[in-house]
Design a protein around this ligand. Structure first.
Ligand SMILES: C[S@@+](CC[C@H](N)C(=O)[O-])C[C@H]1O[C@@H](n2cnc3c(N)ncnc32)[C@H](O)[C@@H]1O
Ligand SMILES: [Zn+2]
Length: 274
């Protein structure tokens, strides 16, 4: 399994797997959930202002991905996946239902670790690809990996703790980031929110990563148009825009099958600056 680091405050020893769970040299112990994931959250993590996606959003995204809507995105990400070596380690921050891991790293289950703070998400992920390591943890409270040990950190529409990403990346490692593009689902947002704000996050992310010693070496867009059925529309909005107000819900219900833009900004980072 992926070598994890103890999450107890100020500990950071390696967690070693034994018959009855994971234990560090200081004696801290974590059990494996019956669904196969490891709960390494600390009591203070549960009080987080951001407890991970709620079950509705997780299930909406799960249904959406099961319909194959991310197939083109996966294809766009593939060229950025580092060349395989037997000990390759991958960390997926905010892995959700775990769709992307087995699609992008099918031959590396033992080097792959997905982190999410949502229990329903991590359960779906562990069921999908039990050979990989899945942890319920707060990616904003320190990553459970040793320094300079990870070959590829992924943040696909998830958390981006830049200082920690920089700490865990190996000198030749890369970090792959995806965020919604400015016209992602624009047709739906225009109908539901009346205005449908267009906002690119790219510059701010590149700046934040740069401040933490991570240089953007490539950037591209993934964009497609698809026809969505009425029952998919609510899922599309629920998985992306959390605060759907009551007044907006009735507008969602009245949208017919329609053409929708899917767009994501993709960035690849490596250690370094200039
Ligand atoms: C928009 S979803 C993307 C999921 C997945 N990467 C995908 O593209 O399908 C964002 C995910 O980040 C998780 N998340 C939010 N805050 C988190 C945190 N502090 N630590 C770990 N995961 C978190 C959510 O529970 C959710 O599953
Ligand atoms: Zn410990």
């Amino acid at each position: 399994m992926f070598e994890l680091r103890c999450t107890v405050r100020k500990c950071a020893h390696t967690l070693v797997q034994s018959e009855n769970g994971l234990t560090c040299a200081a004696g801290h112990h974590f059990d494996q959930a019956k669904e196969g994931y490891w709960n390494i959250t600390q009591p203070q993590d549960k009080k987080s202002l951001n407890p991970g996606d709620n079950p509705n959003a997780v299930l909406a995204r799960h249904r959406w991905l099961e319909r194959g809507h991310a197939a083109g995105l996966i294809e766009s990400l593939q060229p950025w996946i580092p060349g395989a070596h037997p000990q390759m380690r991958i960390l997926d921050l905010g892995c959700g239902d775990g769709t992307f891991g087995p699609s992008l790293f099918p031959h590396h289950p033992t080097g792959f670790c997905g982190i999410d703070l949502s229990r329903p998400a991590i359960k779906l992920a562990a069921r999908r690809w039990p050979e990989a390591t899945w942890v319920l943890a707060n990616a904003d409270r320190g990553l459970p990996a040793m320094d300079a040990s990870v070959d590829c950190v992924m943040s696909l529409f998830g958390r981006r703790p830049a200082a920690e990403i920089s700490r865990v990346l190996s000198p030749s490692g890369c970090c792959v980031v995806a965020v919604p593009g400015e016209d992602d689902l624009i047709e739906l947002r225009e109908q539901v929110q009346k205005e449908g704000k267009r906002r690119s996050r790219v510059e701010a992310i590149i700046e934040q990563m740069k401040d933490n010693g991570l240089k953007c070496i490539e950037q591209k867009q993934w964009r497609t148009e698809i026809e969505v059925a009425p029952e998919e529309i609510a899922d599309a909005l629920a998985m992306t825009y959390r605060a759907v107000r009551r007044s907006e819900q009735s507008r969602i219900a009245s949208i017919d099958a329609t053409k929708v833009t899917l767009a994501a900004d993709l960035m690849q980072f490596r250690k370094g600056s200039d």
